[in-house]
Design a binder for this molecule. Structure first.
Ligand code: CTP
Length: 397
């Protein structure tokens, strides 16, 4: 299953470290060559001798001992994959911040191979805003995150944060090595959700977009190996682990976030329902109802898709969406040209089960070569797979 694969296992300080004895045994049994690194804290939970015996290699935890120095650069280059399991809250924070205060961190920062982490921490730590941000940050580095499990925790509480079981980690790694990942090494940018345009401190102009379609596309791009940044408007939909998410409110914030990320993007998918108009001014205080009529002057927002389409360079692929009620195909083809997109995904509101508020969608894709790809009504997850497969097809065409 893992015959000949070189796995560098980094063990950080968490009670789940005791499970790495079983993990190392499973990896070695599956044919992998495993070298183990430990943080000093991890050695309190499982002994280096146990892991050295099971891995059949010396276990390293210090950058230098007496007169010998551990070559962290060569270790990072040796591995096919660096697996950090368990990933403690502290080591996660150091990875996100680029700290280098022990051997494991020095090897991590030198590693040129894919990095996979299996986090383990108590539920409250797992859900803390700082942890969410750090997970999102390392996902943005292109690292793979093996989802935590729900169950009994060291605190005695039950919740999210358990490290995936050694068997599940083995299965994840087997899938990782065998899967055909068409977008490995690519960076993708996805916009999703609505935008809120503030009228005053308590009111806004928004729309009914749930963000689900864009999140499903981000997840599928990730599954196919891309490092994904999701620029997400106000949405309560859950974002899967492993996607670097930038939360925004307004069209202007979404525009700025997309322009920051676009220069290093290979594939941009603009699926957000961005407001076309925004109030000319936002009242600094709540507007009182002291007249029978009230009007708000609106001005056009900047079109993100158009702007990215205009500045895209050779090798960048830009996808737009069109939501139409009539003359759908003609409008979709027109958007392809006017917005300089490589591909337009049309949602027709005439199709049953398509558009906002449904868990299903029906799309037709148009490309620059004049091709039209119609698809049946499907779940948003399956529609996302159709969209990403069409992107891959056109990238290779
Ligand atoms: N879009 C964008 N920025 C905006 C408005 C739209 O990036 N300020 C993107 C959407 O994410 C989507 C596409 O443009 O990919 C859809 O545009 P849409 O608003 O339907 O088209 P318009 O060109 O504005 O045409 P119309 O409103 O006339 O249908």
């Amino acid at each position: 299953m893992l015959t000949g694969k070189k796995i560098l296992l980094g063990v950080s300080g968490s009670i789940a470290a005791y499970k790495t004895a079983i993990l190392v045994r499973l990896l070695v049994k599956a044919g992998a060559d495993v070298k183990v690194l430990m943080t000093p804290a991890a050695t309190h939970f499982v002994t280096p001798l146990t892991l050295a015996t099971l891995s059949r290699h010396a276990v390293l935890s210090e950058l230098a001992t007496n007169d010998s120095w551990a070559n962290h650069v060569m270790l990072g280059r040796w591995a096919d994959v660096m697996l950090i399991a368990p990933l403690s809250c502290n080591t996660l924070a150091k990875m996100a911040g680029g700290h280098c205060d022990n051997l494991l961190m020095a090897v991590y920062l030198s590693a040129v191979c894919p990095v996979v982490v299996a986090p383990a921490m108590d539920e409250d730590m797992w859900h803390h805003a700082a942890t969410r941000r750090n997970i999102s940050t390392i996902a943005g580095y292109g690292h793979h995150i093996i989802p935590v499990a729900h169950g009994e925790l060291a605190s005695g509480l039950t919740g999210d944060g358990r490290m995936a079981e050694p068997e599940a980690i083995l299965e994840w790694l087997s899938g990782f090595f065998t899967a055909k990942k068409s977008l490995e090494g690519k960076r993708a940018l996805v916009t999703a959700g609505p935008t809120y345009e503030a009228i005053d401190p308590v009111r806004f102009i928004g729309n009914h977009s749930s963000g689900k379609m864009g999140i499903a596309i981000a997840a599928e791009l990730r599954r196919q190996g891309a490092a994904v940044t999701l620029v997400l408007g106000p949405s309560s939909a859950e974002v899967p682990q492993g996607i670097h998410t930038i939360r925004v409110q307004s069209a202007a914030e979404m525009y700025a976030a997309c322009h920051d990320v676009f220069p290093t993007t290979d594939i941009a998918v603009m699926s957000a329902a961005v407001a076309d108009y925004t109030p000319v001014t936002m009242a600094s205080q709540k507007i009182k109802k002291d007249s029978d009529r009230f009007s708000i002057e609106l001005t056009r927002t900047k079109d993100i898709l158009l702007s990215l389409g205009q500045q895209k360079k050779a090798g960048q692929f830009v996808v737009g969406f069109a939501l139409e009620t009539h003359d759908e195909k003609a409008y979709a083809r027109k958007k392809l040209i006017t917005k300089h997109a490589d591909m337009i995904v049309l949602n027709s509101l005439n199709d049953q089960g398509a558009g906002f508020g449904h868990d299903t969608n029906k799309i037709t894709i148009f490309d620059q070569q004049g091709n039209e790809y119609p698809f049946a009504v499907k779940s948003k997850t399956d529609v996302a797979a159709d969209i990403v497969n069409t992107i891959i097809h056109l990238l290779h065409a």
